[in-house]
Design a protein around this ligand. Structure first.
Ligand code: ZN
Length: 415
């Protein structure tokens, strides 16, 4: 299924025209959210440096530009950021990457900007939009990258960005102030002297945030009537009757279609059960409980997922997503796979072992075409839409990580 040069994998540092243009355009986006940035330990900080940021919504780009003013910035973005706009994406410094794959071209491009062009590179190391307003797993190779680049590292943690426009309900933007803390965590000298493991540990320690806790502690009122709309995409399991995939939501309410339990979200982001015992008031607590139930299922040896799925491939930056037909999608202890006969008559058999993906990327109602898993090989990016398993995306994400950990542990103990 490979394509020759479907995407431009080269990189360039934005020139003065593009740097100024994107800064002017992005400044308008900050008008309604504030965008206060607190800088910590940044005295004398000058490019080149690496920025690692959390990722909640599109407001992250103007916030980053404000924090790095006036220097040009390069960004590592997912491949779909190039579809239909490769020229502009290249000019504003984007470096395209397939998710959860080890591409040599990405590392080479990052190092080229940092070491040869003396620029700023931004990575969103959780490799996804925030799912529940708390940190997701980070790429484990960040420490090694910093050692190779020998440059300072700044961590940018934003607050309010996720609550403003969560990826599972982008149609209803909430009114939320956004602020950020921009902290130099590794100086140029430390990048040379500290071991990669310590640099990695420092970075991971800085990725500690809880958007709902921030909202509650700072008494940030979200008055939007849609404040819990689509929350069932993440909170898919009922804590009262333990049923999966029967949760639903609309406006500020969340309920279970199976047992009828209902919750209402107040203006400070807290959930309250309106017809029974309170279980989780705090959204991330509910999410962490779901992860625990998936972990137990995986470790019991009984986890499996199989469904017919609609398959799309990002063919090239120009052609975008191309429908290929229906296939069988599975996720289990051997990893994820797609098999079947495509509309073209060609057969497909593609799989990735659990060891090859420490996580998987999911999208909620991607471009109005449904919830899907983005399934990447080094040369191909598939979008897999399970057809008979409503609301399974969050569980597939959690299961990919738990399967990765469990299988790794099992293989190590069997050595
Ligand atoms: Zn229930």
């Amino acid at each position: 299924m490979g394509n020759k040069q479907p995407f431009d994998l080269t990189v360039k540092k934005p020139n003065a025209f593009w740097n100024i243009t994107e800064r002017i355009l992005s400044s308008f986006q900050l008008l309604s959210v504030g965008g206060n940035i607190t800088k910590v330990n940044c005295e004398g900080l000058k490019p080149p440096y690496l920025v690692l940021s959390n990722h909640g919504s599109m407001i992250d780009f103007p916030i980053l530009l404000k924090a790095t003013f006036p220097h040009p910035v390069n960004w590592v973005v997912a491949l779909d950021g190039f579809v239909g706009r490769q020229g502009v994406s290249k000019n504003i410094g984007m470096i395209c990457k397939r998710k959860f794959t080890n591409e040599i071209s990405t590392a080479r491009n990052i190092l080229k900007i940092l070491t040869q062009k003396k620029g700023i590179v931004t990575i969103y190391p959780e490799a996804r939009w925030s799912i529940c307003g708390v940190p997701e797993r980070l790429d484990k190779a960040l420490g090694k990258l910093v050692k190779a680049a020998k440059c300072p590292v700044v961590v940018l943690i934003e607050y309010g960005n996720f609550l403003l426009d969560p990826q599972w309900d982008v149609a209803h933007k909430r009114k939320v102030p956004v602020s950020a803390v921009f902290t130099q965590v590794v100086t140029r000298q430390e990048a040379e002297t500290l071991p990669a493991e310590e640099i990695q540990a420092r970075i991971e320690k800085m990725f500690s945030y809880d958007q709902y806790e921030w909202q509650y502690k700072n008494r940030i009122e979200i008055k939007s009537k849609y404040r819990a709309n689509n929350l069932h995409k993440v909170l898919y399991r009922c804590p009262h009757c333990n049923t999966e995939f029967k949760m639903n939501s609309a406006f500020s309410e969340l309920w279970c279609e199976e047992c009828g339990s209902r919750w209402k979200m107040d203006v400070y982001g807290r959930l309250h059960c309106t017809n029974g015992e309170d279980t989780f008031n705090h959204v991330p607590d509910w999410y962490r409980w779901e992860r625990q139930t998936v972990r137990e299922e995986v470790r019991s040896g009984n986890y499996s997922f199989k469904d017919v799925a609609r398959l799309e491939l990002i063919k090239s930056a120009r052609e975008g997503w191309v429908p290929l037909g229906n296939v069988t999608f599975t996720q289990g202890y051997d990893g994820m796979s797609i098999t079947g006969t495509l509309d073209s008559g060609e057969t497909i058999q593609f799989s990735r072992d659990t060891s090859e993906n420490y996580s998987c990327h999911v999208e909620y109602d991607f471009k109005g075409r449904g919830d899907c898993v983005e399934f990447c090989a080094p040369k191909d990016t598939y979008y897999v839409y399970p057809l008979n398993s409503p609301n399974c995306a969050t569980k597939l994400h959690l299961a990919a990580e738990e399967l990765h950990d469990f299988v790794k542990q099992q293989r190590e103990s069997n050595k």
